[in-house]
Ligand binder design. Structure first.
Ligand code: G6P
Length: 616
C-alpha cells in the first residue's frame, strides 16, 4: 500500500527521497510527506513537509517553501487506513527528535494511544503511526540509542508494519523495521537506501538485501546492520536486481499502463525463456519441490486476489486438463476462513504479482501450517510470499507500475501453464512431444499478442463511441469466462463504471434481465475448434441482441458465423482454446484504458485503489 523511502549518503536526501517516492507512488497516492535531518544554527533538527493528495502537491509546496539541504531523509506516499487522507494524517509523524513513516496497520494502536494520552501525550492525528512516534520518543528517554529504542517499541506492536525512522540526534542514520509488510535495503557506495521495493532506489543501485520478518535494519552511509527485534545479528540474503531504472519509467509512453500493455509480447516470451534442460525436458529453475513430492500431489488449490485470481481461474482449465489433478481456485481472503481440507499431498499455488498482498500472504501461511506444500507464482524477486513458500515460479514481466495489472496477468497465466505441463511431465501423463507441441504453441503467442496490439485502433475507436455508456456486460464460456470477469474488472478499476462479467450459461439465470436497448455486451467467442462451446456462445449473443443489446464480439480470424449478430467485431488471431485468454484479454485492457483516458481519469493511479494491498 504505502510507499516508503529512506536515505543516508552524500547526495541531496530530498532529491533521492522524492525520486524514490515518485517511483513508488503507484503503491498509494492520497498524501505524501518527507522529513530530513538538517543542520541548523542550534544543531541538527528535523525539517518536514507533508501534503494531502498526490506527490505533485507536496513537490509544489516544497518549491514554494524549500527545505534545507540535508543528506539523511525519509519519505512516504500514503494509502489511508486510519484517518482521512489530509495534511494532518499524512506521514511523517514527528514526536520529539524522531520522525516516523509507516506502512501497515498497528492492531493494538487504540490501547497504546489510550496509554500515551493518559501519560499526557497530545496526539495530533488520527493515525496509528503517530502512536509509534510517541512511543519511540518516550523510549528514547531511557534507551538513548535509536536502534535499541526501535527494537523495544517493535516488541510492543501488534499487527503489520514497516517503519522507517529518522532521528535528529543520529544524523547519519536511518532505521527500518518490518513485520508482515515489505522493506528492502539498497546497498550503495558511501550511501545506503531503504524502500518498500527496489524501484525506490533502482536509479542508484541494483544491489539489494532482503529483510526477513521481525527484523530491524540500521543504515549509515557505510554500513548496513540487520538484527531481530531482540538485537541478535541475523544472516541476510543479498541479490542483484535484473532490471534497471529505465524499466520503471514510461519510456516514451504517455501512461505506464500503455507501456505495460505494449510489453506483453515480451513479458510472455521472457516468462517462457530458459524452461528446457539439455535433455529437452521442461525445467522450472526455482522449483524447490522434488519430482517425488510433485508426483504425490493429488489436489491443487490456487489462491489469489484481484486480477491474479482470474489468472488462477484460467489456469484451472489447463491444469486439470493436462494433469487430471482436481484444481480449486479460491480468493485468498476467503480461503483461510473456511477451514479448507488440506494435507501433505495438497499443492497450494499462490499467485501474486507483487508477492506482498496481505490476504495471499496470510493464506500461504495458513496453508503451510496445515502442512500443504505451497508454490508461489510471483513477479517480484525478494518479496515476502515467494520467500515463505516451498517453491517459486517467477514470472519475468518486469516491474509493473500501473495499478491495474496487465502484463502481470498474462505472465501469470503462462507460469501456471508451465506448472501444469511440468506436473504432467513428472507424473508421466504427457509424452515429451505433446509437451513440446504445447510449448511451441505458447512460443507463438507473443507474435499473436503483437498482432492484437497492432490492430488496436478499432478498439480505441470503439471506446470513443461508447464513452457515454454507464453499464457494460462481458460474456464468456470456459476460459473465456475469467476473461469476461477480467474485462469487467478493468473497466471498473479504470473507468469507475458498472461492469459485470458472467458465464454464458448463466445468462438466462439472471443477467439477461438487465439487458436493455443499447446495453453494450462484450462477448468472447471460443475458437471454432471447440464447436459446442462456440455454438453455445453464438446463441448467447443472439439472445442478448434480441433484447436490444449492442454486441461487441471478440472472435478468431475466419469465424464469420457470428457476424450477423455483431454490432462490432474485434478479431483475434487463431490460437488453441486454452491459449485464447492470452490474446482475448488484451483488447479488453486497451478498451478500459482508452475509455478511462477519454473520461479524463488517472489511468495509472485510479481512485481508491493501490497496487500492492498490504493490509487485510
Ligand atoms: C490490487 C491491484 C490489482 C491486483 C491485486 C492482486 O488490487 O490493484 O491489480 O490484481 O491487488 O495483487 P497481487 O500483487 O497479489 O497480484
Amino acid at each position: 500500500m504505502c510507499g516508503i523511502v529512506g536515505y543516508v549518503g552524500h547526495r541531496s536526501a530530498l532529491d533521492v527521497v522524492l525520486g524514490g517516492l515518485q517511483r513508488l507512488e503507484y503503491r498509494g497516492y492520497d498524501s505524501a510527506g518527507v522529513a530530513l535531518v538538517a543542520d541548523g544554527s542550534d544543531g541538527m533538527f528535523l525539517a518536514s513537509a507533508k501534503r494531502a493528495g498526490k506527490l505533485a502537491n507536496l513537490i509544489g509546496a516544497l518549491d514554494e517553501q524549500p527545505l534545507p539541504v540535508a543528506h539523511t531523509g525519509i519519505g512516504h506516499t500514503r494509502w489511508a487506513t486510519h484517518g482521512a487522507p489530509n495534511d494532518r494524517n499524512a506521514h511523517p509523524h514527528i514526536s520529539g527528535r524522531v520522525a516516523v513513516v509507516h506502512n501497515g496497520i498497528i492492531e493494538n494502536f487504540a490501547t497504546l494511544r489510550a496509554e500515551l494520552e493518559t501519560a499526557g501525550h497530545e496526539l495530533l492525528s488520527e493515525t496509528d503511526t503517530e502512536v509509534v512516534a510517541h512511543l519511540l520518543a518516550d523510549e528514547l528517554q531511557t534507551t538513548p540509542e535509536l536502534p535499541d529504542a526501535v527494537r523495544a517499541v517493535c516488541r510492543r506492536l501488534k499487527g503489520a508494519f514497516t517503519l522507517v525512522i529518522a532521528d535528529a540526534d543520529h544524523p547519519d542514520m536511518v532505521v527500518g523495521a518490518r513485520r508482515n509488510s515489505p522493506l528492502v535495503v539498497g546497498r550503495g557506495d558511501g550511501e545506503n537506501f531503504l524502500g518498500s521495493d527496489v524501484a525506490a532506489f533502482i536509479e542508484f543501485t541494483r544491489e539489494a538485501i532482503e529483510l526477513g520478518q521481525d527484523q530491524v535494519v540500521v543504515i549509515t552511509p557505510d554500513q548496513i546492520d540487520v538484527t531481530d527485534f531482540d538485537g541478535n545479528a541475523v544472516e541476510v540474503t543479498e541479490y542483484h536486481v535484473n532490471w534497471d531504472a529505465s524499466a520503471a519509467e514510461k519510456g516514451g509512453y504517455e501512461l505506464f499502463m500503455l507501456k505495460e500493455i505494449a510489453e506483453q509480447p515480451q513479458a510472455v516470451a521472457d516468462t517462457l525463456l530458459g524452461r528446457y534442460n539439455a535433455a529437452g525436458e521442461l525445467q522450472l529453475d526455482e522449483m524447490r519441490l522434488s519430482d517425488d513430492e510433485l508426483r504425490n500431489i493429488d489436489k491443487i488449490v490456487i489462491i489469489a486476489c484481484g486480477t491474479s485470481f482470474y489468472a488462477g481461474m484460467v489456469a484451472k482449465y489447463a491444469i486439470e486438463h493436462w494433469t487430471r489433478v482436481p484444481c480449486e481456485v479460491e480468493l485468498s481472503s476467503e480461503f483461510r476462513y473456511r477451514d479448507p481440507i488440506l494435507d501433505r499431498s495438497t499443492l497450494v499455488v499462490s499467485i501474486s504479482q507483487s508477492g506482498e498482498t496481505m490476504d495471499t500472504l496470510m493464506a500461504v501461511r495458513y496453508a503451510r501450517e496445515q502442512r500443504a506444500r505451497v508454490l508461489s507464482i510471483c513477479n517480484t524477486n525478494g518479496s515476502t510470499i515467494p520467500r515463505e513458500s516451498d517453491a517459486v515460479i517467477y514470472t519475468h514481466a518486469g516491474p509493473e507500475i500501473a495499478v491495474a495489472s496487465t502484463k502481470g496477468f498474462l505472465a501469470q497465466v503462462v507460469a501456471c501453464y508451465l506448472l501444469g505441463l511440468y506436473l504432467a511431465q513428472v507424473k508421466g501423463l504427457k509424452y515429451g512431444d505433446e509437451i513440446s507441441q504445447i510449448m511451441a504453441e505458447l512460443a507463438a503467442v507473443p507474435a499473436a499478442i503483437q498482432r492484437v496490439l497492432d490492430d488496436a485502433d478499432v478498439v480505441r475507436k470503439l471506446a470513443g463511441e461508447l464513452v457515454n455508456e454507464q453499464s457494460f456486460l462481458f460474456l464468456g464460456r470456459h476460459v473465456g469466462y475469467p476473461v469476461a470477469l477480467e474485462g469487467a474488472l478493468k473497466l471498473k478499476e479504470l473507468a469507475y463504471l458498472h461492469a459485470e462479467g458472467f458465464a454464458g450459461g448463466e445468462l438466462k439465470h439472471g443477467p439477461i434481465a438487465v439487458v436493455d436497448d443499447g446495453t453494450p455486451v462484450f462477448a468472447i467467442v471460443p475458437p471454432r475448434s471447440r464447436d459446442r462451446l462456440q455454438d453455445k456462445l453464438v446463441s448467447n449473443i443472439q439472445e442478448v441482441r434480441a433484447r436490444g443489446a449492442r454486441t461487441i464480439v471478440l472472435v478468431e480470424d475466419g469465424d464469420d458465423e457470428v457476424l450477423p449478430y455483431a454490432d462490432h467485431v474485434i478479431r483475434l488471431p487463431k490460437v488453441p482454446t486454452l491459449l485464447q485468454p492470452l490474446v482475448a484479454t488484451v483488447p479488453l485492457q486497451i478498451f478500459a484504458c482508452e475509455l478511462a483516458s477519454q473520461l479524463g481519469h488517472d489511468v495509472d493511479q485510479p481512485r481508491n485503489l493501490a497496487k500492492s494491498v498490504t493490509v487485510e
